[in-house]
Design a protein around this ligand. Structure first.
Ligand code: TYD
Length: 212
């Protein structure tokens, strides 16, 4: 089973992925955790270009194809083998991030992005996508605090530095895209305590596992 987590900056995806991984392992599942961009060796090189503050001269189209290249490599080397081995694989971001950030955020056509992603994922769309939804004002404040604490503002801060308008478009884009793909998405209010959020996620994941 392939599960992805999506949402704007600072929704607490990492914490929830850890909680879910522990829970699934305790329930006897074999679980791999991965992320985008940077889930493969080549992807880690692409991640450096994509997230560094110095990449201000990157064009929208170049950014798009680097994310797609990262994904194609990630699917081939990491996701497909895990799914075929019968594992649960959880990815922190995946194809929906491209549709929402490059589409609803940057203004590229979401329908075209869906088609380009079909090539990159080669049949491996997620079985379940957890969207953590939060007001961008709250999310960004959390993400900035984390980057400052980890001293990662320069290396990883390119998206956090975008305007609040950009992040608001991304948030709305996620909600629109989730409504168009209801069979796969669950939307969770991320302005709650980590325990409250996890209780909701756990319920949805167990439901999905049982229906398989
Ligand atoms: P990351 O540090 O992983 O952010 P987060 O901690 O919020 O997950 O950085 C990934 C950034 O890249 C994030 O701001 C969203 C952006 N992104 C895209 O614009 N398109 C994509 O296809 C992906 C995978 C990420």
């Amino acid at each position: 089973m392939f599960i992805t987590f999506e949402g704007i900056e600072g929704t607490g995806k990492t914490t929830q992925i850890k909680l879910l991984t522990n829970f699934l392992k305790e329930s006897g599942h074999e679980v791999d955790v991965t992320l985008e961009p940077g889930g493969s060796r080549i992807g880690r090189e692409l991640r450096k270009i994509l997230l560094n503050m110095d990449s201000t001269d990157i064009t929208g189209e170049c950014e798009l194809f680097l994310y797609l290249a990262d994904r194609a490599q990630h699917v081939g080397q990491v996701i497909k083998p895990a799914v075929e081995a019968g594992k649960v694989i959880i990815s922190d971001r995946f194809a929906d991030s491209t549709i929402v950030y490059q589409g609803y955020g940057r203004g590229l056509d979401p329908k075209l992005l869906r088609e380009l992603n079909d090539v990159a994922v080669s049949g491996h769309w997620p079985d379940l996508t957890v969207l953590l939804d939060i007001d961008p004002e709250i999310g960004l404040k959390r993400a900035m605090t984390r980057n400052l604490q980890d001293n990662k503002m320069q290396e990883e801060g390119r998206f956090e530095a975008e305007s609040i308008d950009f992040h608001s478009r991304v948030r709305e884009g996620y909600l629109t895209w989730a409504a168009l793909n209801q069979e796969r998405f669950v939307v969770i209010n991320a302005d709650q305590t980590p325990d409250e959020i996890f209780t909701e996620i756990k319920e949805k994941v167990v439901e999905r596992l049982q229906s398989r």
